[in-house]
Design a protein around this ligand. Structure first.
Ligand code: C2E
Ligand code: MG
Ligand code: MG
Length: 682
């Protein structure tokens, strides 16, 4: 029984006994008050009256208490109703030793806890609402359970239109496949979503399993970012990187890429290809006589004439200054490829030789041409171009304005290549390899922040041979693996040597070739070398080109994740020259982008190159990556890179790549504040 019930019963008791007493008293008076008055002892009457008075007062008190209790219960109910309506109201007064008071304490406690959890839920809601990335939570079968404001903003749907629908309805499955088939790995991927107006929106997204008490098993969270802007920038970079700015036809890189594809097609369909390699005769004279503008017009004219004269499906490109090339399919069914190619060659040379006018001057121009045929003369891009070039050289040697077909004896380089390969095998025994270091400078402070290790081969009879002349040969066999390990071993040895004199020799980067990356136990061999020298992986960086990265991505991601976990830094070398999208590259744990030197070369004069560099720098910043500009040769380039916010630079402006000892001297000079290049940074 609660205290209030006791109060109430007491009240009833008192009220009823008072009533009985009053009734008795009234009866007594009504019957014969005077008759009884003498007989009834006065004291009894006094006692009766005072008892009645006491009972009355008690009754009044209890009535007051009861009213107070009803008020408190009413208050409790009001607060409970407020809470039901999501209003936290006021705390109830707590009184100990009374059950209503205890109830109020429990109620207050509950109210406080509810307020806390609601606050944190509201807080999470406001975080989600203020995020720029779209967030979509779905159940395992893809039913949307929750979206944030950025999602409605991205797709133009109202929140309620999205809830309880399938996420698959928001995806352009034709372009992106099904999102549900993707494992929830949290790795960034790309897809096209569909907005309310039916527009395709490119996004970079990741999908993870939702964890926590409230998540049902299999709930997924998608995080998506609109990348339309980035795609446009990337498209522009790729365009500028592939198309020759003057003639608007593919540049060397793109031509090689297209040639590669033509070869693959020809291989599949058993067709033959002809590669025509052109060079304008005495182009320098046109430039010198009529000026550079005329030179430019000449190049544009060549590009136009070649493009309109080759058969459809052919590709024309500008490979260098006044060198052009065209690849033409010539199948057996249409006649003898030799005959076809020679007829076409004559037609092209005649068309090029037609005079044209530049600024009122009539220009007579001729060209020479070398022809190499796939698969007869070569079966890969490099050899096909090299052989066509050898034939071109022969045509020039015989006076120009003619074509020559490739013959094996034209290519002394091929013979040389074989000799180089056999010599390279002995380079190790003879201790002919060496490593030089090219310092990387912090563009803001002018400090050396590390160096790139570059391998060289020193032949007694030929002097220093640069990697471009032997790495491709080494890559044809497992020699590249031996060279790679030798370089790493040497770098570690040098690093320990520097550490004896300077506390931090900076981060040293080592170039990696595809064959090394493909080695089954690369990570183990790599760590073993580092352990052998007690060099921390955090002191090193691996430089890998875009093309190498994109070979067998699944495996490469796994391997690089493993290396990254060791603490190693990873950089994309020659960035901008490949064909992968930045989002694809984001799958790898990369921390540095190295802008290829072909973009840096003309950055101070060529708007297109400046745009590329600026876009790469911005992308790097957005993705939290360091950006290194390669091949900085002039102060103009340096100043422009500084303006664009590029982080680091390396190049001949700061001297030639140097020996291990010279790099140490540079580090020591820097710590003494006497290094000679500091002034360049202004
Ligand atoms: P990379 O990794 O892009 O290295 C930069 C190249 O640019 C180096 O050429 C460097 O000497 C050159 N360079 C640096 N600054 C300038 C500059 O201001 N102007 C010009 N014109 N060139 C500059 P290098 O040493 O001939 O190396 C060429 C390529 O050979 C490297 O390109 C790299 O891909 C490869 N390589 C070098 N060392 C190794 C190695 O140990 N292993 C492997 N697998 N490849 C290597
Ligand atoms: Mg490199
Ligand atoms: Mg490079």
């Amino acid at each position: 029984m609660t205290r209030s019930q006791v109060h109430r019963y007491l009240l009833y008791l008192i009220a009823s006994s008072t009533a009985i007493f009053v009734v008795l008293l009234c009866t007594f008076f009504l019957l014969d008050a005077s008759h009884f008055s003498d007989k009834l002892p006065r004291t009894l009457v006094a006692a009766g009256v005072s008892t009645a008075l006491l009972l009355f007062i008690g009754g009044v008190l209890i009535a007051i208490l009861d009213r107070e209790e009803r008020r408190r219960i009413g208050e409790l109910r009001r607060q409970a109703e407020k809470l039901r309506d999501s209003d936290f109201g006021e705390r109830l007064p707590e009184r100990s030793g009374d059950q209503l008071g205890e109830l109020a304490a429990v109620f207050n406690d509950m109210r406080d806890k509810l307020r806390l959890t609601t606050l944190s839920r509201d807080y999470v809601d406001s975080i989600l609402a203020s995020m720029h990335d779209a967030i979509i939570v779905t159940s395992a079968d893809g039913t949307i359970k929750r979206v944030n404001k950025a999602t409605t903003h991205l797709l133009g749907f109202e929140r309620d239109e999205l809830l309880q629908t399938s996420i698959e309805l928001l995806v352009n499955t034709k372009k992106s496949g099904s999102l549900l088939d993707e494992p929830p790995t949290g790795r960034p991927r790309e897809a096209f979503l569909v907005s309310k107006t039916g527009e395709s929106v490119p996004v970079s997204y990741s999908c993870s399993l939702l964890e926590g008490k409230e998540a049902e098993s299999g709930d997924r969270i998608y995080l998506a970012q609109n990348i339309s802007e980035r795609r446009r920038a990337e498209k522009r970079i790729r365009y500028l990187a592939r198309i020759d700015a003057l003639t608007k036809i593919p540049n060397r890189m793109q031509f090689q890429h297209l040639l590669q594809r033509s070869i693959a097609r020809a291989r599949r369909s058993n067709r033959q290809l002809c590669l025509f390699y052109f060079d304008i005769d005495k182009f320098k004279e046109i430039n010198d006589t009529f000026g550079h503008l005329a030179g430019d017009t000449t190049l544009e004219t060549v590009a136009e004439r070649l493009t309109e004269s080759v058969p459809g499906k052919s590709t024309v490109g500008r490979l260098a200054g006044d060198e052009f090339a065209a690849v033409v399919e010539c199948s057996d069914a249409e006649g003898n490829p030799k005959q076809i190619s020679e007829q076409l060659a004559a037609k092209l040379l005649n068309r090029l030789a037609e005079p044209f006018f530049v600024q009122g001057h009539e220009v007579f121009m001729t060209a020479s041409m070398g022809i190499a045929q796939y698969p007869k003369d070569a079966t890969n891009v490099i050899d096909l171009i090299r052989n066509a070039d050898a034939a071109l050289y022969s045509a020039k040697k015989h006076g120009g304005n003619q074509f020559a077909r490739y013959r094996p004896e034209m290519n002394e380089a091929a013979v040389e290549r074989l000799m180089t390969k056999s010599k390279l095998k002995r380079a190790f025994e003879r201790d002919e390899l060496l490593v030089q270091y090219q310092p990387k400078y912090n563009l803001e402070t002018g400090e050396v922040f590390g160096a790139e290790a570059l391998v060289r081969w020193e032949l007694p009879e030929r002097g220093i041979i640069l990697p471009a002349d032997f790495i491709p040969i080494a890559e044809e066999s497992s020699l590249i693996i031996e060279i790679g390990e030798w370089v790493l071993d040497k770098v570690c040895e040098d690093f320990r040597y520097w550490q004896r004199s300077v506390s931090s020799p900076g981060r040293v980067s080592v170039n990696l070739s595809l064959k090394q990356l493909r080695q089954a136990n690369f990570a183990e061999r790599f760590s073993a070398i580092l352990r052998g020298h007690e060099v921390s992986p955090t002191s090193l960086e691996l430089e890998i080109t875009e093309t190498t990265l994109m070979e067998d991505t699944e495996r490469t991601i796994k391997l690089l994740d493993e290396l990254y976990a060791l603490g190693l830094h990873l950089a994309i070398d020659d960035f901008g020259t490949g064909y992968s999208s930045l989002s694809a590259l984001q799958q790898f744990p990369i921390s540095t982008l190295k802008i290829d030197q072909s973009f840096v070369r003309d950055v101070a004069y060529n708007d297109g190159d400046a745009t590329i560099v600026s876009t790469i720098v911005q992308m790097g910043q957005n993705l939290n990556m360091d950006v290194v500009a390669e091949g900085v040769e002039t102060e103009d380039q340096l100043a422009l890179l500084q303006n664009l916010g590029c982080t680091y630079a390396q190049g001949l402006l700061f001297g030639d790549p140097m020996s291990c000892d010279n790099y140490l001297e540079l580090l020591l000079a820097q710590s003494e504040g006497t290094d000679q290049y500091r002034a360049l940074f202004g």
